[in-house]
Design a protein around this ligand. Sequence first.
Ligand SMILES: [Zn+2]
Length: 667
Amino acid sequence: MPASRRTPPKRSLRSDASPLTVPRYLFASDAESLATEAGAGLAECRQHLEAILAHGGPRTIDNLLVPYDRLLSALSELQGQSKFLFDVHPDAAVRATADKWYQESERFATDLALNRPLYDAFVDLDVSKEDPDTKYAVRKILRDFRLAGVDRDVATRDRIKELRDEMTAIGQEFDRTIREDERSIQVDDATALAGLPDDFVKAHPPGPDGKITITTQYPDIIPVFRYARDPEVRRRLQWEHLNRGHPANLGTLSRLMATRHELARILGYESFADYIVQDKMIGSAKGIGDFLAKVRAASEERAKEDSAILIDRKRKDTPGAASLHAWDTNFYSELVRAENFDFDAKLLRPYFAFTNVLEGLFEITRELFGVRYERVSGVPVWHPSVDVYDVFDADERIGRFYLDLHPRKDKYSHAAASILVRGIAASALPQAALMCNFPDPKEGPALMEYLEVETLFHEFGHLLHAMFMGHGRWIKNTDDGIEWDFIEAPSQMLEEWIRDPATLRRFAHHHETGEPVPAEFVAKLRRADAVSRALDVQRQLVLGTLSFEYYHGDPTGIDTTKTLEAVFRRFPLVPFHPGTHFQCNFGHLNAYSAIYYTYMWSLVIAKDLFSKFQEGDTILDPKVARRYRETILTPGSRKPASELIEDFLGRPLSFDAFENWLNREGR
Ligand SMILES: [Zn+2]
């Protein structure tokens, strides 16, 4: 397949049609050299722009789209890598410099989007004789100019710029406050850890004062919320977790909402929610409300049953209990899994040693997509724990990725994939990185939770998408132009492979005995996986509704805590933790604003896409996977997502597979 895309390799065993560039900002040795490099990079972007604008005479692809695409590519490297360094670099001075240059690059991007002469040049460009990829790229470029407000008067454009700058700065502040507010609780002794797995207890020895510290980092909170028998321990840790960023982020969030609202109004939209959906699959703010209502209707009855089962079980511990606390849901879901379905997720942990899981992920994706990964040594990395791999398709290198997978101080505390170099046919190979917080094999067997295994597969799905799509002609047709409410679908779909017993048994081997995970464990896992599923969907609806509410309507005078409480009241099956301020640490309120619904929306797509893999004898059929790679992953955003979906499915998107999963699968 790739042969048609590129010139054939030369004589050597492997040869890259596109060069593998060094991500130029990533390996600056200190803050000063980063500042120098970033300054030079941004100056080059300005020169590109001046050269484009200086051109007289009729506009052509060669004198407009080609240099503009180069400019976007250079700018996206600065934006992507400075954002990434801000999230992961161990040196605070480098992080601060990266933050500054990220903001500078965003400011330049805002100016660019509002550059009237540039827009006019694109309006004059005749693309009627160009190929569909080029036509679509130019259509998106024009749309984005208009969404930015380029066709407004000078004074309005100036105000838009100010608001964009403020939005970036406030958003960074919001994120930084969350990241730096790592909290912890102390418990008196190991009896408070009753119910937790042995390896967790061993990893949390008492300090000099005899007390044990538990932090709000994921490797601590996931097991504690699920297994700690003492409700007081769960309650205290959850209280800290849900109060990260409070009170500082109350004001920050209000400023973010106000700034975005003003921007939307200037651009002629009712609210920021109405504005932000203009380039999404869903198309309108009303569409978000309708979609959330549809999912709610599909999940409500089942969620009531889920909740009743958990309350029943709680009554055995607390006679007369009539409801769940926020810190009960995970714990009792896990207990019901253990008792009603004879399933205990802890029993899986010994089969999920980090190193095995990563190798399994590599093997499965190699087989599915016909690629291989080669470890690269000797390249500089921002932290010694980072591993580097090249991706090959036959003898051709198609991209490079970096894995930064274990927690350390001051690092981004969630899991995410970042594109460092977008990749363009004949000029640069795509490069991407994962930043996650999984147990570290340098500190023991590094046993993962099932949920963490799922996260690793998910993030790797983003990474593969980047590797496959980064070979088109225009950067506008890579992830830069993908509808946000589609972008999670490929990674959500990749999670499906760990739900398949045959696939799981290939890599889930006991870290001591090497025995594959027993088949009955996996069968139980599938049934247990359905426990509280509809209740989880309701929780996702709370998050989707919150993100929508905060940005839909005029935020003047809004008390975000009251909104938070009101949204929880609308979903009575999802308990609220009184006195907590989730809006202060709900990081998506910055990056996703009104569109948290996208996770559920793309899950609907992922379930539908996966149904094609389920039609055959095995979900590991490389023929289906290759077709998926060709129709969905490789095209990037060369077509609207709805068309890519139809190309693969042979029919339009359907809600059926999602509903089947919600109400039937595993039950
Ligand atoms: Zn994702």
